[in-house]
Write a protein that binds this ligand. Structure first.
Ligand code: HEM
Length: 151
């Protein structure tokens, strides 16, 4: 058996995760060209921004300033920003987390990435998010939302 992996505990772990993830993204056949050739990402500024982003998501550092929806929406005319691209991004992200970490925060960061991938994908492509379709709500959710509407 392999020794157990550590969980993410601080910004140093975020940095290791982000660096490893974007090393893989840059070399990826499908996503690499979107970053390298289409967006022509400046890695010296993008990587620290992503440290701040994940540090804010996981440890509430509050250091991230940006416009994730705008940035991805601007890519839609130039790159394939469809469901398959987001699924592929998530496969790489899940794999990177799983190779380096395990534990509660490792689970939380993957769940957060999945949620944000859904939101970004839906918003930039004008696809209604099926989770928020009233037809898909459980009776409990419907009852709960009905109480919000009244107030
Ligand atoms: C198809 C999948 C995706 C592609 C191709 C993609 C590509 C990009 C590119 C090219 C940039 C711009 C970098 C720059 O010009 O500086 C960017 C920024 C960013 N991405 Fe993504 N991305 C994807 C999915 C995601 C997901 C799922 C998340 C969140 C979980 C995410 C979070 C961010 C954030 C926070 C930024 C910085 C935004 C800002 O500068 O304000 N991306 N992405």
């Amino acid at each position: 058996m392999n020794p157990p992996l550590p969980d993410l505990t601080d910004r140093t772990d975020i940095i290791r995760l982000v660096d490893t993830f974007y090393e893989r993204i840059r070399k990826d056949e499908k996503l690499g060209p979107i970053f390298n050739d289409i967006a022509k990402v400046n890695w010296a500024t993008h990587l620290p921004k992503m440290y701040d982003f994940w540090d804010t998501v996981l440890f509430r550092s509050g250091t991230f300033r940006g416009d994730p929806l705008g940035v991805h929406a601007r890519l839609v005319p130039w790159a394939d920003m469809g469901r398959a691209s987001f699924e592929h991004w998530l496969v790489l992200f899940r794999q990177t987390v799983a190779d380096l970490f395990e534990g509660t925060n490792a689970t939380v960061i993957v769940r957060s990435a999945e949620d944000m991938a859904n939101v970004i994908y839906s918003k930039i492509n004008n696809v209604p998010d099926p989770r928020f379709d009233p037809a898909n709500l459980t009776p409990e959710q419907k009852a709960r939302y009905a109480t919000y509407r009244g107030t």
